[in-house]
Each structure stands twice: as C-alpha cells, then as structure tokens.
Design a binder for this molecule. Structure first.
Ligand code: GDP
Length: 529
C-alpha cells in the first residue's frame, strides 16, 4: 500500500503548458503566473526579449540575438495547495517539433487567445496535437484592455473552429479604455479592474452579486444595465461548466482578462488547480501506467544542448509517469536493457536549476545525456516496457544540405542522424540519389542544425532550396501492393534517420494524387519513436 504522503504528493501536481499564437501574450502570462506562484525563476526562464538572464551556450547565442526562445524550460511553483509544473514552449514564429512533443508531457493546457484577433493559425495547429490525447483545455481571452471583438462571437469561433464547447467562468465588463473588470459567474461576484498595476498582485475590489447597487455606483448605471442584460443572455445561451466534459477535452472553461494588467490570471490558476487533472496515466505497449504506482517510470520527450556552458553534454527532459525519483536511484534504460544509477538529475525549481533530491509523477527532471538517450526512451525500475505516443511530426519545411568540404560526408551523415535521433531535426535520404534533405517544423531548426554541426561535429554545411512540400511516412499491410508502390513511386521515396520509408511530395497536389492512386498504402503525418 502506498502511503498517504506519497499519494498526496502526486495528487497535488498539475502539469500544463500554454498554447497560443505568437504575440497573443504567452510570455506575459507566464510572468504573471510565476508572480502569483511567487516563483519567478531566472535560469532559462521566461524568454524576456533582450533579457540578460538568457541561457548562454554557443548556439543559443543565436536565440538570444533574435530574442526568442528555442528551449522549452520547466517552472515549478506552489498555488492553492497544488504544485504546478508549467512547461514553456517556444512561442515565436520559429518553433520546432519540441513544441509539439512537449504537449505529450503535460496533463492540461492553457490556451491563450488575443481577444482582438480570435482563433489564429498556430493555436489551431497546436490544438490538433492536444487532441491526440484529448488534453483538457482552459481558455484565456487576453488583452481585454484593448478594443476587442464581441465576447460571444469569440466563444462561437472557438466552438466552431476548435470543436470545443465553451463554458464562460468569467465575463468581461466592457473592453479597451472601458474595461472595468469581470463578472465571476460561478461566484456571483463583480471583480473590478484597475489599470496600471500589472507588475504587482493587485488588491482587487470585489462586489458580491451582479444586482448590487455598489456595481451600479462603481461602473455607472448605463454600463451596469447593459452588463446585467448581457449576462442574463450569456447564462441562457452558453454552456455550463461540466467537469467530465472538460476532462474529456470536449469543453473548455473560458476566462477574460489582461495579462499585461495582471488581471484574471489568478482566476485561471484557480480553475487549473481546481479542475485540471492530477498526473494522468500513460500508455505503454502492454498496459497503462498509473501515476500512483510505487515503482518509478518516465519517458524522454525532449533533448536539448546543455543550458550551462560549462557542460558540453545535453539534457534529456523526462516526464515522470509514476512513482518517485530519488537521488542516486537505479533506473533501467529500457531500450539499452541497462541499469544506470542517476545521481545528478536536475529539477527546475524556483531559483535555479538545482540538483533534484526527489521528484514525483507529473514532474519533469533533466538527465545528463552523453549520447545514450534518445527521444521516446523509457526509464523504469526494472520493468521492460515502452511508453507510446511520443511522435515525430511530418516536417513542413525542407532544404537540401550540402558540405562546404566534400570530404566530410561521413561526419555530416553521422551528425545529422544523431541530431535526428535527438529530435532536433529530421533527415531524409532519397532512394534515387545521394542528396541529404533536412526537414523541420520551424525555420529556426535549420539554423540550430548548422550551428551544432559546426560546433559538435566540425563540419560546415550549407543549405540549398529544394521543392518539397511535405513528407509522409508510408506503410501497408499488403506486401505485394507495397512492393508495387515502392517500384512506382521510387523517385519520391526516401529513408528517414531511423531508416523508415517516407514519401517526399513535391506538391500537395502530388501527395493527394498518390494517396488516391495507392489506397492500400497508409500515408502518415506522425510517426512514433
Ligand atoms: P507571446 O509572443 O505570446 O509570448 O506574447 P508576449 O507576451 O510577448 O506579448 C506580445 C505583446 O503583447 C507584448 O508587446 C505584450 O506587452 C503585449 N501584451 C500581452 N498581454 C497584453 C494585454 O493584456 N494587454 C495589452 N494591451 N498588451 C498585451
């Protein structure tokens, strides 16, 4: 029997990430969330455009120059009797597969929408990924201090485009210069906003009851009347919060506020800690592993060059799925069939990266990786199992990569295969020639790869453009059809870094034709590690 303290530790954990379109306010919200968690952490934390606290390894100079974060760091802080793990995801134009895979390591997400713009492209894409696991989503309509779109229209758009019912928990009172605060539907409270206090935790004024005269006095009778009417309409028309539907990813509680003004962020945190799930089970090929199992297990979802310039190794980010990590414990590296003693895992507690004494299911720990750990690797306390569902995503950008010095071809291939095992990029070798094609989800990945090839593999490579629109992993149960396909589509086939057969499509039209012509072949957009 697991003891109560152990169960409490796990049940109080909430592990989430923020999904949003660039500029919707993810960084600002992260800062305010940490402010409320009283845990502003400096090391590799909030990207802070032009901030001096940036991580400093060589190739990361690049991200510093560009004021963006390639890295996905982890921030842990207490809130409401819970211990919250916030996994940061790159938010800028340039993002990578890491962003996607980070979403496989969380139990819920906060979706941030710019209320003037509504549902944007990147949010749509990220939602496709969260849908693979029906991750529960909490929604924040940000920038209410600006002129925004009609709130009801915003909810309709989320429902229609993201196929999720919306249950408003708060409702905005005015917007832009007239933004007065929100009505908290569940608590029947009007919470008043004061501008210019974004850097602190505000002393807010709360008025109980929407019909209270104090509301009329505070916001004026005209606005008060129209707000009361609007809220009556909303209560009649909108969905009510339903925890089961939320946990199934079918309904999202919606909050309104302004991250810049630090208003409404605490409401989201309350919702997240109250409703979002404690660490969820994860599937292996044989069974589901429950967080409260006593034996430790975890999987690696991301590998990153060490943020500490003194170390040339890399850090493997592991989501603890069950049990507890303790310093100097023995773990089985399942893929290698090897037991290893881990004494120097890092956690990402407030303050700095520090040596982790212990970590529980739901937490993220960093393992020093000297080339033996790959994305998707499972670690256990002896059981030979493998977590599933840590995918590669079909890249959307392609370049041919070529050496400046042709004698180093072997080195280049080795570097590319290793970087692809790490998930930094994907590499494809066409069957019909000796080209090397690099595929990425975000542009920045290309730069990271040449910088790392140079510093770690001593090869100088350059890119050439190539007309490839997309790639799909191909397979079929029907061997004879597959052989026929391989013959006919030979010119478009390539092997990826793990020797998996891939169809390289010059255009989307070409891909669609191929899918039509070869109905027995599966063209996959994701591939599991
Ligand atoms: P990210 O790209 O999603 O991380 O977005 P940022 O947090 O960097 O925000 C993008 C811009 O929007 C910045 O200039 C922020 O100051 C601004 N911003 C963020 N939240 C708000 C808000 O609530 N109101 C207003 N007016 N501006 C905001």
């Amino acid at each position: 029997m697991a003891n109560q303290d152990f169960l409490n530790e796990i049940n109080k954990r909430r592990t989430f990430a923020i999904i949003s379109h660039p500029d919707a306010g993810k960084t600002t919200i992260t800062e305010k969330v940490l402010l409320h968690g009283r845990a502003i952490q400096t090391a590799g934390s909030v990207k802070g455009k032009g901030s001096s606290q940036h991580a400093k390894s060589d190739w990361m100079e690049m991200e510093k120059e560009r004021g963006i974060s390639v890295t996905t760091s982890v921030m842990q802080f207490p809130f409401n009797n819970c211990l919250v793990n916030l996994l940061d995801t790159p938010g800028h134009e340039d993002f990578s597969e890491d962003t996607y895979r980070t979403l496989t390591a969380v139990d819920s997400c906060l979706m941030v929408i710019d209320a003037a713009k509504g549902v944007e492209d990147r949010t749509r894409k990220l939602m496709e990924v969260t849908r693979l696991r029906d991750t529960p989503i909490v929604t924040f309509m940000n920038k209410m201090d600006r002129d925004t779109r009609d709130p009801m229209e915003l909810l309709d758009e989320v429902e229609e485009e993201l196929k999720m019912a919306c249950a408003p928990v708060t409702w905005p009172i005015g917007c832009g210069k007239e933004f007065k605060g929100v009505y908290h539907i569940h608590r029947d409270e009007v919470i008043l906003y004061q501008s210019g206090q974004g850097h602190t935790i505000q002393e807010v004024r709360i008025i109980k009851g929407i019909d209270n005269d104090a509301v009329t006095q505070a916001i004026g009778s005209v606005l008060a009347e129209s707000v009361r009417e609007e809220i009556e309409l909303v209560l009649g028309a909108a969905h009510e919060f339903d925890k089961e539907l939320f946990l199934a990813g079918e309904l999202t509680p919606v909050y309104f506020g302004t991250a810049l003004g630090n208003f409404g962020v605490d409401h989201i945190l309350e919702g997240l800690t109250e409703w979002a799930p404690a660490p969820m089970p994860r599937a292996t090929q044989d069974r589901d592993v429950i967080a409260t199992e006593e034996k430790f297990s975890g999987f690696v979802f991301k590998i990153q060059a060490n943020m500490d310039p003194k170390h040339r190794d890399r850090i493997a980010f592991m989501r603890v799925v069950s049990g507890k990590y303790e310093k100097s414990m023995k773990m089985r590296h399942v893929r290698l069939g090897k037991d290893v003693t881990i004494s120097d895992a890092v956690t990402f507690m407030a303050g700095d990266r520090s040596a982790a004494e212990e970590a529980y299911a739901g937490d993220i720990i960093g393992l020093h990786n000297h080339g033996t750990i790959q994305i998707g690797d499972t670690f256990t306390q002896g059981e030979d199992m493998k977590f599933s569902g840590i995918p590669n995503f079909a890249p959307e950008m392609f370049r041919r990569i070529r050496l400046k010095d042709p004698l180093k071809q072997k080195q280049l291939l080795k570097g590319l295969v290793q970087l692809s095992e790490e998930g930094a990029v994907q590499v494809f070798r066409p069957l019909r020639n000796n080209d090397l094609i690099v595929g990425a989800v975000g542009v920045l990945q290309f730069e990271v790869v040449t910088a790392r090839l140079k510093s770690e593999y001593k090869v100088e490579a350059i890119y050439e453009s190539i007309s490839v629109a997309t790639a799909r992993w191909v397979e079929s149960d029907n061997t004879s059809k597959m052989i026929e396909f391989e013959k006919k589509a030979y010119d478009n086939l390539a092997l990826d870094g793990g020797d998996n057969l891939t169809y390289i499509a010059p255009t989307m039209v070409n891909l669609n034709l191929a899918i039509e012509r070869y109905p027995d072949v599966n063209f996959r957009k994701t591939r599991e590690h």
